[in-house]
Design a protein around this ligand. Structure first.
Ligand code: ATP
Ligand code: MG
Length: 771
């Protein structure tokens, strides 16, 4: 045993080892990206187990469930099977487990529903409507984030209502009724036996605060608490960690202030600084060697983050190879950016024999993914995409899941509203609104009203009454089945008996085949879920187990093919903590990255810069940055200039495109690229054709011609394009004209674009100029 232990301690450098071995009191590891913080946590857990800590006495809180799973696997390799009993997972999944066990004392049942963000929004929307407020002023998303913010700071409805400052904020934002919406929202969630994501934190805090014996039970059980990515915890989270550790003080947190990217969720960079105040005598460990990336990548990232004024100074160095400079690509359009990235992946893969999962494309917003998907699909390159509209957000899946939810918790208001009349049962909005009113008035759930509508004063005719009872019987039957059958069996039964499969089958919607496939996929997933759980030794896997798992999946967890040979597409936010051999950070343009919303305050701008730092530091061997000079946004083509962040990186570490090198030499000023866009020299001395700034819908085949500004009906072509000429197309960039077919109105050109491949253009619509 001793030998095994020494072995793995040798896989750490001295500072890492010191951090692993120190367990007498609170400790804090602050270090830059890739310096082995997560490794320290993993090894510390293995070490604690060897020191005699029981696996269930260790609580480790990670950023994603996937990260927890991977850590567990690594630890299992060191210490074997017992790693299974570690308490490891995201704050939300660990706390929901505790809350289900203790639900009764805080007035919930153990099968409470977890509302996802769209459920919360929909509930807020109906509350706004019921209160006769204007939903253009009281935008559900905006109200949702105000409520969420309050919860992350542990401000409950009463405290909110009596807080003059918060009220003044709401008055200033012209939403003074927020406090009333918050209160109603809180009540309605309780009546529905439902918690939203923030509630999982709030109620855990309240559970421990108001029930000292329960707090002591858990504080006693978790003899050691570890937190990864501590820089992104919010007030509620670190308050709970304190509740669990204030007596024994066995707590170790690791983080990097330079990677704090969740202030919009209430995460506070000061948490790291506060830690040493909360835990007197906490030991601080610093790690300086980066083991992930080439020297060039590390130095480039350092030179970037230096531009932030708020940070804990730290050294980071790498002893890996120097590596290639970071490639910067300038694309003519968003489409061309996709093509360039896809081409570079093909090139690099064949040159250095990478596998597809060595590549990641990271973007600022989910909306950017589509262009890259298209470029990859065109070349038949396999990819997996994270986030965006996840599987569980698809309409048909949400519909089925709503039935699942009712089978486990019939009081679930959002699920009720979604399917009470789907498939159609003749229960209209008027009836539904009567039920909602009665429920609100009597402080009960919609389901409760359904049990005896007349007793709750709902006036409906006999026919409607019968329809409602029909729905009730369907759900009651599901409830009965869910109590005795496995998740998979009930799932299959509900899909069949809810009538949804039939509904989809009969509709003429062209999407219906893929809807059916998705539902089958869901059922297959349930089958796998039950099988895996059974292999792990659990019996009687119920629908409620399945639901608790799917409601807490994070973007990274939504990944069935986690080791498959695929290129990864994800937002930078969800890439935190991960590493890839080759990383493309795309869309480096002003108003996109940094985002337009961040330009008003230096604090937000610094957060965007940290986000960029996170992106670059995911790369081990190659890192590329790209921007497009024009991009479709909100249905309009817009010109964009390169991100200011490109200038924050020491040019020394960059391989700039030629035009950019020139630009930097001539003029370091900001407006340079905009000008260059307009003053692009005409190759071959051909007369310049002005591009018209289009403000038209996306679909290229429907837009008017830009050639000479003539309307598409003009009979003669303003430009006589011939095979052999080189053109510059507004979206596809530079290409060679291969042939022209047809005449007048209908002439078509086949063009081989340098980056976008071969395309046929209908000349009367195409937007290009001859160069
Ligand atoms: P991030 O800030 O991005 O979360 P991190 O500080 O958590 O990074 P890790 O992910 O733990 O860093 O480590 C980065 C990489 O370096 C991993 O592949 C890890 O296995 C490797 N590594 C860490 N320490 C060592 C070491 N002492 N020897 C060899 N490899 C190491
Ligand atoms: Mg890490």
């Amino acid at each position: 045993k001793m030998k095994r232990m020494t072995n793995y301690l040798e896989e750490l450098n001295e500072s890492q080892r010191n951090a692993v071995l120190y367990n007498d009191g609170p400790s804090l590891v602050i270090a830059g990206a890739g310096s082995g913080k997560t490794r320290v946590l993993t090894y510390k857990i293995a070490y604690l187990l060897e020191q005699g800590y029981k696996p269930w006495s260790i609580l480790a809180l990670t950023f994603t469930n996937k990260a927890a799973r991977e850590m567990k696997e690594r630890i299992a390799r060191r210490v074997g099977e017992e790693a299974r009993y570690l308490w490891m997972g995201t704050f939300h999944s660990i706390f929901s487990r505790i809350l289900r066990a203790e639900a009764q004392v805080i007035g919930f049942t153990s099968s409470f529903t977890i509302y996802d963000s769209s459920d919360s929004k929909s509930l807020i929307k109906s509350i706004v409507k019921e209160m006769h407020l204007d939903d253009k002023t009281y935008k559900p998303g905006m109200i949702q984030s105000r409520i969420s913010n309050a919860k992350n700071h542990l401000v409950l409805p009463d405290a909110y209502a009596s807080n003059a400052e918060l009220y003044q904020n709401d008055v200033n934002a012209k939403v003074p009724a927020t406090r009333d919406i918050y209160r109603r929202y809180w009540e309605r969630c309780r009546q529905s036996d439902a918690m939203d994501f923030d509630d999982l934190l709030v109620y855990t805090y309240l559970l421990f605060r108001d029930h000292p014996e329960i707090r002591q039970k858990y504080a006693g059980q978790f003899r050691y608490v570890l937190v990864d990515e501590y820089q992104d915890t919010n007030f509620a989270q670190h308050s709970i960690v304190l509740q669990l550790t204030k007596e024994h003080q066995h707590v170790c947190v690791v983080g990097d202030d330079a990677q704090s990217i969740y202030s919009f969720r209430g995460a506070n960079i000061d948490n790291i600084l506060k830690f040493t105040q909360l835990y007197k005598g906490a030991r601080l460990f610093k790690l300086e060697q980066n083991y992930r990336s080439t020297q060039t990548i590390v130095c480039a990232a350092n030179s970037l983050i230096e531009k932030n004024s708020e940070q804990i100074r730290k050294e980071v160095f790498s002893e890996k190879a120097k590596g290639e400079p970071i490639g910067v690509f300038s694309a003519y359009s968003d489409v061309e950016e996709g093509e360039i990235v896809a081409n570079q992946i093909v090139k690099l893969r064949s040159r250095e024999h990478y596998s597809y999962n060595d590549f990641a494309i990271l973007y600022r917003t989910n909306a950017q993914s589509r262009i890259f998907e298209e470029a990859l699909r065109k070349r038949s390159l396999p990819y997996k995409i994270y986030g965006g509209l996840s599987f569980y957000q698809r309409k048909e899946i949400k519909d089925i899941i709503s039935y699942f939810r009712l089978a486990v918790n019939p009081n679930d208001e959002e699920a009720f509203k979604r399917v009470v009349n789907y498939p159609a049962r003749g229960i209209g909005d008027t009836t539904l609104n009567k039920i909602i009113d009665a429920a609100t008035l009597n402080h009960v759930s919609l389901w409760k009203v359904l049990e005896d509508p007349l007793a709750y004063g709902v006036s409906i005719n006999k026919g409607t009454h019968a329809k409602l009872q029909g729905f009730r019987e369907v759900i009651e039957n599901f409830i009965k089945e869910a109590a005795k059958k496995s998740a998979y069996e009930v799932g299959t039964l509900i899909v069949r008996q809810s009538g949804i499969m039939n509904e989809i089958y009969q509709s003429n919607d062209p999407e219906n085949l893929s809807r059916q496939e998705n539902i089958e996929e869901l059922i297959n997933g349930m089958h796998d879920f039950c099988a895996t759980r059974e292999e792990e030794g659990s019996a009687n896997i119920r629908l409620t187990d399945f639901l608790s798992e799917v409601s807490l999946l994070t973007d990274q967890d939504n990944d069935k093919e986690r080791d498959s040979e695929k290129i990864t597409l994800m937002t930078i936010h969800s890439a935190k903590g991960l590493e890839f051999k080759n990383v493309f950070v795309v869309g480096l343009e002003e108003n996109l990255f940094p985002s337009a919303l961040s330009l008003n305050s230096y604090k937000e701008l610094e957060e965007e810069r940290r986000l960029f730092y996170v992106a670059i530091t995911r790369a081990e061997e190659h890192c590329y940055l790209s921007f497009a000079k024009s991009r479709f946004k909100y249905g309009k083509m817009e010109f964009s200039s390169p991100s200011r962040f490109l200038k924050d990186i020491d040019a020394h570490f960059l391989q700039l495109p030629q035009e950019e090198q020139l630009a930097r030499r001539i003029d370091e000023g900001a407006g340079r690229f905009r000008r260059e866009q307009n003053e692009r020299p005409q190759l071959g001395g051909k007369p310049k054709v002005e591009m018209i700034r289009p403000t038209v819908p996306r679909n290229l085949t429907k837009i008017g011609t830009a050639m000479g500004g003539k309307s598409p009906t003009s009979a003669t072509l303003p430009i006589n394009v011939q095979a052999g000429q080189v053109i510059e197309h507004e979206r596809f960039g530079i290409g060679d004209v291969i042939k022209i077919e047809g005449t007048g109105e209908n002439s078509k050109a086949t063009v081989r674009f340098r980056n976008a491949g071969e395309k046929q253009l209908l000349l009367k619509f195409a937007r290009f100029k001859v160069v």
